[in-house]
Design a protein around this ligand. Structure first.
Ligand code: FES
Length: 160
């Protein structure tokens, strides 16, 4: 526009300003995603494909969120009567500790930004998380709690 009016220097300055804003936007977007991990799924993606024993059933308290470990993956467990629920412990939103969260019915609320996930299947029930929480199938064998990726078998099993 400025160039059409004969203001060549002003036109070049406007063009360079626009280019600088574009560069700044690209840098900011890259920084937010790659440095700050905004919009990235923070939950672990590598869950055991086969059942692995994680702890004795006797040691899991009733009605409390409990942190456990399956190989390299931290889990949060909830025992309710005969049923045991297991999700990845690191929140999909920004990695908050779900074991320190709050139980709400059959869901857990993250202590950092209040995302809420279904304990039955890991679905996001309230944001800001936009990714489901990885869910594990649970069974009990010889008094030991065993877990594996629930995607292999969509329903968590009962104890016994
Ligand atoms: S880290 Fe869990 S809601 Fe943000």
């Amino acid at each position: 526009m400025e160039r059409r009016r004969g203001n060549r220097a002003s036109g070049i300055a406007n063009g360079l300003t626009g280019f600088a804003f574009s560069l700044a936007g690209a840098w900011l977007g890259g920084h937010l995603v790659y440095q700050e991990k905004i919009g990235v799924n923070h939950a672990p993606q590598q869950l055991p494909e086969k059942f692995v024993a994680i702890m004795p059933l006797d040691e899991l308290p009733q009605g409390k969120l409990y942190r456990a470990r399956a190989g390299d993956v931290d889990l949060v467990l909830l025992r309710r009567g005969e049923r045991i629920y297991a999700l990845a412990e690191k929140c999909a939103h920004l990695g908050g500790p779900l074991a320190e969260g709050k139980i709400e019915g059959l869901s857990v609320r993250c202590p950092w930004h209040s995302s809420r996930f279904s304990l039955e299947n890991g679905r996001v029930l309230d944001g800001p998380a936009s990714y489901d929480q990885p869910c594990l199938a649970v069974r009990v064998r010889n008094g030991m709690i065993e877990v594996r990726n629930a995607r292999i078998n969509s329903n968590a099993s009962r104890t016994g």
